[in-house]
Design a protein around this ligand. Structure first.
Ligand SMILES: NC(=O)c1ccc[n+]([C@@H]2O[C@H](COP(=O)([O-])OP(=O)(O)OC[C@H]3O[C@@H](n4cnc5c(N)ncnc54)[C@H](OP(=O)(O)O)[C@@H]3O)[C@@H](O)[C@H]2O)c1
Length: 293
């Protein structure tokens, strides 16, 4: 079997186009949606992600700034900066790029962003709404996966979805989105993690298998049920003879998986582009929220 490749780039481009058209309509009324991104320190991967997010905003017509703060900024000064952005009507969304330097309490920072501007959907208030099936924001990566399935004509309803990984960023919110009795969801969800003695009995029963582990090519072909849909969230740098000295691989051994799966998302070009597209959508949601809509 040769799996169908799910083209995240093309689907993300459609969404970005839809957002750009919506932004153009808003601008015609004399308003501009805005996103403020806070980057603390000089982590190279974070800098790349922030650049990509800003560029995507600019292309969609969203006003975006990056507040680049020094790695040794005090927690109090960072919290103060967030307060200022909470009160600034030009920025409807606020995003603090993670990870933060070790001397800063990440949870405290997450909770300081006002829930109305929390486009990452990390604030406990927004997480709670997600769990009870009344989300205002949906976290970008899990929402991107749900949208990718929907726009590829793959319904999770009644299917067994197995998610490897229980992070607050991917595994847990994805499980919470997919388990809702709602269109695009209604799945039978199992979350597995490092406490499993043997993953195979779980993963081999998955109609849709999501790998969010952070280990290069961890999911081999023999963990996949023939014909299953495989969603690879992983982004791992492995040394390679390329100009950058590395290449990106997912959490799934792609070539092997293609021989077993019915459909698969590639890395790069699968979930990653969707994450950015959904962030743009969340910025629009934040804009409307602040208009009282
Ligand atoms: N494409 C995107 O936009 C995007 C966005 C976010 C993340 N990512 C990528 O997705 C991957 C996961 O990210 P994350 O933030 O969710 O990672 P994370 O916080 O490190 O969580 C990894 C999860 O995998 C589980 N795990 C690790 N080793 C395992 C094993 N041997 N067997 C079973 N479970 C195992 C861990 O279990 P325990 O909880 O028991 O430790 C944990 O729940 C990373 O490669 C990251 O770069 C991509």
């Amino acid at each position: 079997m040769s799996a169908k490749i799910i083209d995240g780039r093309a689907i993300a481009q459609q969404i970005r186009q839809e957002v750009a058209e919506e932004v153009a309509r808003i601008k015609a009324r004399g308003q501009v949606p805005g996103l403020a991104v806070i980057l603390v320190g000089d982590d190279p991967a974070s800098a790349v992600y922030v650049r990509q997010k800003n560029k995507a905003c600019q292309n969609a017509g969203i006003h975006s700034i990056t507040d680049h703060l020094p790695a040794d900024i005090s927690e109090a000064a960072l919290l103060q900066r967030i307060e200022a952005l909470n009160a600034d009507p030009r920025y409807h969304g606020i995003l603090v790029q993670l990870p933060l330097p070790g001397h800063i309490d990440t949870q405290k920072v997450i909770e300081r962003v006002t829930p109305e501007k929390d486009v990452d959907c990390f604030h406990p208030y927004n997480v709670g709404r997600l769990v009870i099936g009344m989300p205002r924001f949906k976290p970008a990566t899990p929402a991107g996966i749900v949208e990718l399935l929907h726009r590829s004509g793959i319904s999770p309803a009644g299917k067994h979805v197995v998610i490897i990984g229980r992070s607050n960023i991917v595994g847990k919110p994805l499980a919470n989105l997919l388990v809702q009795k709602q269109p695009g969801a209604n799945a039978l969800v199992t979350v597995v993690h490092s406490a499993a003695r043997d993953l195979a009995p779980y993963t081999r029963s998955a109609d849709i298998l999501v790998a969010a582990i952070g280990r290069p090519e961890f999911v081999r072909g023999d963990l996949i049920k023939p014909g299953a849909v495989v969603v690879d969230v992983g982004v791992n740098r492995v040394p390679a003879e390329t100009p950058k000295g590395y290449r990106l691989v997912g959490d799934v051994a792609f070539e092997e998986a293609c021989k077993v799966a019915g459909a698969i998302t590639p890395v790069p070009g699968g979930v990653g582009p969707m994450t950015i597209a959904m962030l743009l959508k969340n910025t629009l949601t934040a804009f409307y929220l602040q208009q009282g809509a």
